[in-house]
Design a protein around this ligand. Structure first.
Ligand SMILES: [Zn+2]
Length: 112
């Protein structure tokens, strides 16, 4: 697994005058490991994480709570990318959402 330079993996943010420590959740880390495994199997390449706690996302984005990450897709052929998308959805199950955002894959832990 590789990370794009600048990706924020943990931080401390003030909320109501109290420091709140944020980092990628266990559920998020679990999905990252599964994505890496599948990427190696499908394309012989490690995944590249392009965003975790950083970046500009929608207001209620799960990125801000450490429950979402983004993957680089241009390292894959069209076929590999489709296979990764399909197999990720299958392997992660209904508690995760895998969204094809065209310039990246967005994966989040979002039960219900
Ligand atoms: Zn995202």
């Amino acid at each position: 697994m590789k990370y794009k330079d600048g990706v924020i993996v943990s931080m401390t943010k003030m909320k109501d005058n109290q420091p709140v420590h944020l980092s990628a959740s266990e559920k998020c880390m679990n999905a990252m490991l599964i994505a890496d495994e599948l990427s190696m199997k499908i394309a012989g390449k490690e995944v590249v994480i392009t965003s975790l706690l950083d970046g500009v996302h929608s207001k209620n984005s799960l990125h801000y709570t450490g429950n979402a990450f983004d993957l680089r897709v241009w390292i894959y052929t069209e076929k590999q990318r489709k296979a990764l998308l399909t197999q990720l959805r299958k392997k992660l199950g209904i508690d995760y959402d895998v969204v094809d955002e065209s310039d990246h894959l967005h994966i989040e832990w979002d039960p219900l």
